[in-house]
Structure formats: C-alpha cells, structure tokens
Design a protein around this ligand. Structure first.
Ligand SMILES: Nc1ncnc2c1ncn2[C@@H]1O[C@H](COP(=O)(O)OP(=O)(O)OP(=O)(O)O)[C@@H](O)[C@H]1O
Ligand SMILES: [Mg+2]
Length: 258
C-alpha cells in the first residue's frame, strides 16, 4: 500500500475510541454476549438499552476488563485488551466508569475520594490533585460538600461526586451503567444534567440507561440489546419513531407505556 493510501486509514483509526469486533463472552456454558460488533467514534454519545439480563452491564464491564471476554477483540484507542497487565493499566486510565451504586469510599471525605487515584495512579503532587478535584467538584456543582463524607450526601450528590472522581483521571471515554436508576426521582435530573454537560463538552460516552428523554436529547446513536446480541441500532429519531425489529418494538412499547 502506498503512503498516500495509508494516511486516511490512520485517521480513521485515531478517531475510533472503542472497537469491539466479533466479541463473545460466556459465563460457564451460558453464552452471555454473542458476536458483538461496535465502533465508537471520538465525541460520540451512545445510549444502550434493552431488557434486564440482555447483557448491557456485561458488555460495559468487558470494555474496561472488569470482565474478560473469550473470543473476538476489544480495542481502546487502538490498543487491544489482553491479559497483559501494563496494557490493561493504560486502558483503564483512559476509561472512566460510573455505576448504579456510587462506590465511593465511605471512610474518606469527598475530596479524599477524588484525589486518591490522581495521587496514587497518576503520581500527581497532592496540591495539584486537590486543585484538579476542586475544579471538577465545581463543575458538578458540589464544591461546597468537599469536606463531607459520602454518607452525609444525597444519592444524587454522591453520583455527581462519582462522576467528578472519574473525570479527575482525565478519561478519554466515560462508561455509565444505569447511573440514575438507584436515585429518587427528584435527583435524577441533577445527574442527567451533569451528564448532558459532559456530552456537550465533547466527552465520548457509552451509557446504559432507560432514561429515554436523555437518549432522545443527547445520544447520537441508540443501541438495543436483547439475549446477548445487539439487535438494532439507529439515531434516536429513527430508533424511537420507526423501530425495525419486533423485539425493539415490544421493548419500547413496554417502557414507554409507563
Ligand atoms: N457473574 C456472573 N455469572 C453468571 N452469570 C452472570 C454473571 N453476571 C451476569 N450474569 C448473567 O448474564 C446475563 C446478562 O447480565 P447483565 O448484568 O449483563 O444484564 P443487564 O442487561 O445489565 O441487565 P439489567 O438491566 O438487569 O442490569 C444475565 O442473564 C445474568 O444473569
Ligand atoms: Mg445491568
């Protein structure tokens, strides 16, 4: 291949943040993820939905290797995920994760929770880590809570802290797994607002959520999973107004009837 032909391919590669190619995973005999193919471009906002047990969390957890896949490949920033520890560490630094339960350390203040990884993983001086942490706490509108402990905050506040904590590691992509599903209704909006701001700032995001309003207003693409497969994907308008597959139609009729 000539130099000229090689250049565009390199550009495409650079803009693909996550790539799953024919990826399969089993739990024992149970085939939980079946031939998953997914490319996520830089700056893309993707919402993943589907019935309970369809494999959404497992797929998200495979991307930062909290779970191992068995066949096919997963690439993050062009780096293939293998059991090579060094490569794994590098990938984990690039991938921020925010779960349903916030997983903050209860015995540490909010600020201490935020500066832990920058100091220990990124080797940042304490003063710089504090400055960084306070910046992100301000960004999620919670700077005044920095000296409190997680148990003294509401669920919505804790989730915003969890998002700020991920951002302190300067991730190139954020993975969300039902970040609002454990929250009381009045707190859901404050977390979705923070996520929307993050999206507007250009963060690449993969988000498992059933907040269809968020999907409609923020997502570039909605992915529907069922039975361990990606059944359908489309931009939000087409996905919601003109779903192609019976399974998607059934799922949408169920969740939208609430
Ligand atoms: N550690 C495990 N060992 C065995 N089976 C598992 C394990 N974790 C998940 N599963 C099974 O894998 C399937 C997919 O689970 P997963 O948590 O990915 O679904 P989900 O789409 O995230 O569901 P939900 O909407 O309820 O969160 C389910 O059938 C689940 O029971
Ligand atoms: Mg799940």
């Amino acid at each position: 291949m000539s130099e000229q032909n090689a250049a565009p391919a390199a550009t495409i590669e650079q803009d693909t943040v996550i790539s799953l190619v024919d990826m399969n995973k089993w739990y024992g005999d149970f085939h939980v993820l079946k031939n998953i193919n997914l490319n996520v471009q830089r700056g893309e906002r993707i919402v993943i939905c589907g019935p309970s047990g369809s494999g959404k969390s497992t797929m998200i957890r495979c991307i930062n290797q909290l779970e191992e896949h068995q066949t096919g490949s997963i690439l993050v920033n062009g780096q293939e995920l293998t059991s090579n520890t060094k490569a794994l560490e590098r990938v984990r630094k690039d991938v921020g994760m925010c779960f349903q339960h916030f997983n903050l350390f209860p015995h540490m203040t909010i600020l201490e929770n935020l500066i832990l990884a920058p100091i220990w993983v990124r080797k940042m001086p304490r003063k710089a880590a504090i400055e960084l942490a306070m910046n992100y706490l301000e960004r999620v509108n919670i700077a005044e809570q920095s000296e409190k402990y997680p148990g003294q905050l509401s669920g919505g506040q804790q989730q915003r802290v969890a998002i700020a904590r991920s951002l302190c590691m300067a991730p190139k992509v954020m993975l969300f797994d039902e970040p609002t599903s454990a929250l009381d209704p009045e707190m859901i909006k404050e977390v979705l607002d923070v996520m929307e701001e993050l999206a507007n700032d250009g963060m690449t995001m993969l988000c498992v959520t059933h907040e269809m309003g968020f999907a409609k207003s923020v997502a570039d693409r909605v992915i529907f999973m069922d039975g361990g497969e990606i059944v359908e994907e489309n931009e939000p308008d087409a996905f919601f107004n003109n779903p192609q597959m019976d399974r998607t139609q059934l799922f949408l009729s169920q969740i939208l009837s609430h």
